[in-house]
Design a protein around this ligand. Sequence first.
Ligand SMILES: [Zn+2]
Length: 508
Amino acid sequence: MRFMPKIKSIGHKRWMAVCLACCLVAAQGLAVGTAPELPDPGNPRMTRDQQTQLGLQAAGEVYKQMPVLPDSSRETQYIQKLGKRLVATIPAENSWPFQFHVIAQKEINAFALPGGSMFVNIGTIQAADNEAELAGVMAHEMSHVYMQHSAKQQEKASLLGGLAGIVGGIAGSMGGVWGTLAQSGIQFGAGTIMLKYSRGDESQADAVGAIILYKANYNPVALADFFEKIEAQGGSGPQFLSDHPNPGNRRAAIEQEIANWPARKYARDNPEFAAVRKNALSVHAYSAQEIADGAKSGQWVAENQKNGAVFAGAPGGGTATSAPAASTPAPSQASVASVPAAAITDVQPSSIFPQTDLGVMKIVRPENWQVTQDQQQGSVTIAPRPGVSGNAVAYGVVIQGIQSPGANQSVQQITAAIVKNLESGDSKMKQNGEIQSISVNGAAAGSVELETVSMMPDAAGKAQAERDWLVAVPRRDGSVVMIVFVATQRYFEQMRPTFEKMLGSVQF
Ligand SMILES: [Zn+2]
């Protein structure tokens, strides 16, 4: 469940770390170890191409929602050089089209998107004491990409299917790439991006990051140094800490990992780091709040363009060059350029309404609208074939069971929480009007309309608005059945009688 991400502060077991470190130092002299190799990154269901595309879509969104420094800036040039040095340690067959950018944000943060687009806040450069610490954060982020943690998380989310499914799934059914991102633990708010890694992912990113650092001739312990620094500072890196939960014993784990590696004389601090850091202190950096405000007003789209910070898409062309540049309109269409516009006659509901038994409920449907169970999303789609592309729906109904966002919540609260979650998975989605109380098969339910951009362009190939009617029916077992009726703004009223007939037929 990805309702409000909470920031947890985890106590540091420093005494244990110190003790372990002593034992390891003692043992180090005896062992002659072998140089470490990067582990097998695994083989998640989401293909490398899909991950790359997804990451590029999200990177395009970053350029709309945050102030990015142009690639020509001194900080970006430096981060790119440092990034290249780290990438060089990864064997080509398991590498990604990494690219590196700097965000003009005060708070300490860095994140990497699937496929390898990495963003480092200028506050991170300002806060690092030496190049190795900065390399440490970047190697950690790079390891999330290398291990494909987002793709693996998406897989885990899909396994939750059925009534225990997650809300991200419904966004997936509706919004294509944004839902997939949400399921991968990546969500956009206004001017913020939230990534969610598990503690297991964190330990692994540290362990793999340590190997990258070692191979690039940096002391892997610098990674732990920097994470400890962020924790000590508390306030300025809350987003970073919430994205990367402390697995508990970072320093001890890294010290243990490197104990048996052949001794190495690590590179001395690079004097260029100090010069870049000094320069970074003079660059205007915005607070998270200012960035959120600017994202809402469209300030960053204009300013990035003016500054020459334009997202170029995939490095060196390749298959992903169609990814959104800063000038591309809404993100949800960038992925659907290939979706043909459906004429209303193609999606028009038949007047024959057979009943369908979905297990948790029965519902009638237009005879020409097909029922598709999506095991991955844990959802059922009832839609005309031309109204669907991949797992995105432009016309039809998506039904999904989810867990209630909290105990003892009113129908209103539950519906509001679902709306909030849907909005956080789709930056274009907005609630339209108030949440109404209705009754579905005698059960109290919440009803509200939402608006977003349809995944299907209009007949002229232009983006068009979509209307979504969300009905949330809390069940006694703590689950909530979500029903979302989807149509383009243009044809919603024509579809409404069909939607109402379907809702009126629901039997639990
Ligand atoms: Zn992490």
